[in-house]
Design a protein around this ligand. Structure first.
Ligand code: FDA
Length: 515
């Protein structure tokens, strides 16, 4: 304990030497004995699964208000062998931005105060700091110009730092691709505490942080984004169909046509059980859509391509783009647009998710079985986003995210629960793992693909012992997330962080270049 205390004191001294004298250090350092520590720690945790008495807490939380504070934190953590967990929005599905599974002392660098958004409507670009949320980004874009939007995720409290570095997709993915396909530049603090941008970090590192996860390579401080054009009026709809209304047939048809529709049209399909544990449980299909155009045109398109859904003009809601963001986030566009600025303040539920990609339509018989599984034990949902269009037109190696060409749609299996007992966790986790197992013959193979943004530690983790992660072990889950891009990611890692300082349970291991 004594040497720990000494290390800790020396760490604080290191920081105070490196942080500019104009900074009030107590504003940015939160030790367990300060009143801010607990509320700050919980503030952006999304998953109650990781709020347990056993979860190890950080030695301290640092909330930088300037790039130089991030630089000082990296240098001092490295000098003192403290691991870093960097947190932007805290939405990591496995909590890797605020927890660690081994015994190493660690520090959370929470970027909540680095969240400015500077929109340049003339250039159609924006610099956004990593700690901003998607809601803040969308709100600030719309504040500056009605002509622009940005193609990223649906949930407004997700952080830009983790989201963009892991890919980032939402309702405009068919028209404009992923968030990473629209990144122009970035500023990153590297393992030596230097700030680098696109030019000085080099092509390989700039490639790696757009989809390979930021946490393996450094701390992203800000992104420069290319904004995309949105029309003044867009149209959204949500249609629910019960089994008695042909839901199974509709999902079967959806998977055949949704990836081939024109790219202004995105129709998400969700399969979920309604009615909880009651005998009246019913399994429904929900179709949630954004069309970058007016209702009249959408009705025509739907009549030609998906008449079975029987879309009527009374189902369509016309609105501007920023209201469509609200609509997808909250199921209504009638809330104040300012609600997009809410960041949340504590975790409310536990959840577990897993992902798949589909190359061939799933046989109709299987859909019927899926309905039966949900009916027997409807613990969660399957959320399916169609690909095709822009996302699939980019080469699989252009960014680390490789699930593009030939992919029909992405599946996210998701279940949530409010009960805190361990038996509940076992029940829901068991349900989702079983469903994932049953689906294996029908989804992408060799490797079975997964999306880093829906992180899943069931796929594998780095060794807990020793200080270096191992390529030979990581390649199993690495190829699921990145396919052939995994090797290039590991080589980039070996070049920019050979001592593997930036590591976690699923970080990219360093590999020496073979050339
Ligand atoms: P968090 O802060 O937890 O970070 C995630 C990972 O990135 C961690 O490993 C962390 O250390 C690292 N990291 C964070 N900031 C960094 C930085 N500045 N530099 C380097 N590394 C950094 N995805 C999607 O594509 N589309 C969607 O619509 C949604 N919707 C959605 C809803 C909800 C409710 C959740 C919980 C999640 C999603 N996601 C999603 C997934 C989401 O994109 C993914 O979890 C992101 O990594 C979250 O980014 P945060 O910054 O919030 O997470």
């Amino acid at each position: 304990a004594n040497s720990n205390n000494q290390g800790y004191a020396s760490f604080l001294q290191c920081l105070s030497l490196r942080i500019p004298p104009s900074t009030n250090i107590s504003q940015i350092l939160h030790t367990p004995d300060t009143t801010s520590y607990s509320s700050l720690y919980l503030s952006s945790i999304r998953n109650l699964r990781f709020v347990t008495p056993e979860t190890r807490k950080p030695l301290l939380i640092i909330t930088p208000i300037d790039e130089s504070h991030v630089q000082a934190s990296v240098v001092c953590c490295k000098e003192h062998s403290f691991q870093i967990r960097v947190r932007s929005g805290g939405h990591d599905y496995e909590g890797l931005s605020y927890r660690i599974e081994n015994e190493s002392p660690f520090v959370i660098i929470d970027l909540v105060n680095l969240r400015s958004v500077a929109v340049d409507p003339k250039q159609g670009t924006a610099w956004v700091q990593a700690g901003a949320t998607l809601g803040e980004l969308y709100f600030r874009i719309a504040e500056e110009s009605e002509s622009y939007g940005f193609p990223a995720g649906v949930c407004p409290t997700v952080g830009v730092g983790g989201h963009i570095s892991s890919g980032g997709f939402g309702t405009m993915l068919r028209k404009y691709g992923l968030a990473i396909d629209n990144v122009l530049d970035a500023r990153l603090v590297d393992v030596n505490g230097r700030v680098v941008d696109k030019e000085s970090m080099g092509e390989d590192l700039f490639w790696a942080i757009r989809g390979g996860g930021g946490a393996s390579f450094g701390i992203i401080v800000s992104w420069k984004l290319k904004l995309v054009l949105v029309p003044p009026t867009v149209t959204a709809f949500t249609i629910r169909r019960a089994s008695s209304e042909g839901a199974v047939e509709l999902v079967d048809k959806w998977q055949q046509i949704a990836p081939g529709l024109q790219e202004d049209l995105f129709i998400r399909a969700v399969v979920q059980a309604q009615g909880g544990n009651s005998e009246k449980r019913e399994v429904e299909a929900l179709f949630n859509s954004l069309f970058l155009g007016r209702c009249g045109e959408l009705l025509q398109l739907m009549t030609q391509t998906f008449p079975e859904l029987n879309l009527k003009s009374s189902d369509c809601k016309e609105m501007n783009w920023i209201r469509s963001v609200l609509y997808f986030a909250h199921g209504t566009d009638e809330k104040a647009v300012e609600t997009l600025l809410d960041r949340g303040s504590k975790p409310e539920k536990s959840f577990k998710a897993k992902s798949d990609f589909v190359n061939e339509p799933i046989p109709r018989l299987l859909w019927e079985r899926i309905w039966e599984w949900f009916l027997e034990d409807g613990a969660g949902m399957m959320i399916m986003d169609p690909y095709g269009g822009k996302i699939s037109s980019i080469s699989d190696s252009a960014t680390p995210f490789p699930h593009r060409q030939g992919i029909l749609y992405n599946i996210q299996y998701y279940c949530k629960w409010w009960e805190s007992e361990a038996t509940s966790s076992e029940k829901y986790m068991g349900w989702i793992r079983k469903l994932y197992g049953e689906m294996s013959p029908y989804v992408s193979q060799n490797p079975r693909a997964a999306y880093l943004g829906y992180r899943d530690l069931d796929l594998g983790k780095n060794d807990e012992e020793g200080s270096k992660t191992r390529y030979s072990k990581a390649v199993v889950w690495g190829r699921m997330y990145f396919k052939d891009n995994f090797e290039r990611l590991a080589i980039v890692k070996g070049t920019v962080d050979p001592s593997d300082f930036f590591r976690n349970e699923q970080s990219i291991p360093p590999l020496e270049s073979r050339s």
